[in-house]
Design a protein. Structure first.
Length: 239
């Protein structure tokens, strides 16, 4: 017998970054109840977790009805992921391409674990929709961000938990410029400015330097991708 979960409630994987902040706004515009989940897995840029409260507070200010929809904020600590990983996100090493053609920022199994934990929490919380910022349009080639991977995982989770989760990935086919545009569509300049000021993307955890697109080292792949998307978004508005 299957457990039928309400699909008017959503659990958003919320790291504190640009993509997850945009996805949280997207979920708040569509679901009656929204909870958030972040992961502390020993990442070098754990400062992203500290951004979440400011982002949530800002979202409540942008749309009062969003404040009514926001439920509990959860954090799960999974240090074992860093223990078994040897990556530039969990070790103090230079970011580089690996022999397998993937950047050494790839943490094997990360999104698979994140979504499995998220589904277990959602099951307990009576939530039928999961929302994640995975994307295979502007990304580093991570295989666990691909649409096919996530659809297969959703099938496995539903079989393994005898339920009917729906996984939403609103950024899957959007590049970073389109992600900025989506934020503007959802919350206007106020949301774009909130994400610029209070979200964190930089792999090195750098919050000192302020750029047009926000804070970061400006050199790591995450900063470069965010900056490129911002330039293209701004150019699109001007044209």
């Amino acid at each position: 017998m299957s457990q039928i979960l309400p699909h008017d409630a959503a659990l958003v994987l919320f790291s504190g970054g640009q993509d997850s902040a945009t996805c949280l706004a997207w979920a708040l515009s569509r679901f009656a109840r929204v909870e958030t989940l972040g992961f502390d897995y020993g990442q070098r840029h754990a400062v992203e977790l500290d951004c979440r409260d400011r982002l949530i507070d800002g979202l409540k200010q942008i749309h009062p009805d969003w404040a009514k929809k926001l439920g509990d904020s959860h954090t799960l600590s999974i240090p074992t992921l860093a223990t078994i990983s040897d990556t530039a996100l969990t070790r103090d090493v230079a970011i580089a391409m690996g022999a397998d053609g993937l950047p050494n920022t790839f943490v094997p199994g990360r999104n698979l674990l994140f979504l499995t934990f998220a589904a277990a929490l959602a099951y307990r919380r009576g939530i039928g929709a999961l929302v994640g910022g995975m994307c295979e349009t502007d990304y580093s080639g991570y295989p666990d961000c691909r649409d096919a991977t996530l659809k297969a995982l959703t099938t496995a989770l539903n079989l393994g938990m005898a339920t009917d989760f729906e996984l939403h990935t609103p950024l899957m086919w959007r590049d970073k410029a389109a992600t900025w545009a989506l934020a503007h569509e959802l919350g206007g300049d106020a949301l774009v400015d909130l994400i610029r000021e209070d979200s964190h993307t930089c792999y090195l955890g750098e919050r000192g330097a302020r750029h047009d697109w926000g804070y970061g080292c400006g050199e790591c792949p995450a900063c470069q991708l965010r900056a490129k998307g911002w330039r293209e978004y701004e150019a699109g508005k001007a044209s």
